[in-house]
Ligand binder design. Structure first.
Ligand SMILES: [Zn+2]
Length: 168
């Protein structure tokens, strides 16, 4: 006897699958050999780019799963909502003094995350839903480093030195 396929069930399953499918995309790292400046863009451009100093910019295209990057940024923003690690106890008072306004520093980290998420949303044609809580980056081939003091995750795609190894 053949298996009866319930069309509604099938559709439901399909839509759940596609909700969490990887979204292929690219970010492009740009390096100016003259200014030694490095930045990223979501804008792909054929024929190269000229930096404001007049030098041809070196480019490194990095293939990403937009949903994976988005999910990790989302998790970073959750971490950044937590208590400021600079302000926990006496031990950090000195560090605090040395760094000056740490609130500003944390805000800067937050802004970087928000900006990256904004760019990812531009790359994706659809509104990005993060992967569910049980999704584990390393099980899906996503490598990252953990950056202290907050413990946020920075994926390989975001590490400029991985894409211009000799120039950093
Ligand atoms: Zn330049």
């Amino acid at each position: 006897m053949s298996k009866v396929i319930n069309l509604n069930e099938w559709r439901k399953q399909k839509s759940t699958e596609s909700e969490f499918a990887p979204i292929p995309g690219f970010i492009i790292w740009l390096h100016c050999p003259k200014c030694k400046s490095t930045e990223y863009t979501e804008v792909r451009m054929t024929g190269g780019r000229i930096h404001k100093c007049g030098t041809i910019v070196e480019e490194a295209e990095v293939a990403i799963d937009v949903r994976a990057e988005f999910t990790i940024v989302q998790r970073n923003l959750e971490i950044l909502k937590g208590p400021d690690p600079f302000n926990q106890g006496k031990k950090f008072k000195l560090v605090n003094k040395l760094l000056g306004n740490t609130e500003q520093l944390v805000q800067k980290i937050k802004n970087n995350e928000i900006e990256y998420q904004r760019r990812l949303q531009i790359i994706s044609a659809e509104k990005i839903t993060p992967y569910p809580q049980e999704w584990i980056p390393e099980e899906n081939g996503i490598e990252y480093i953990i950056v202290q003091p907050n413990g946020i995750m920075i994926t390989t795609a975001r590490q400029a030195d991985q894409h211009f190894p000799k120039k950093q």
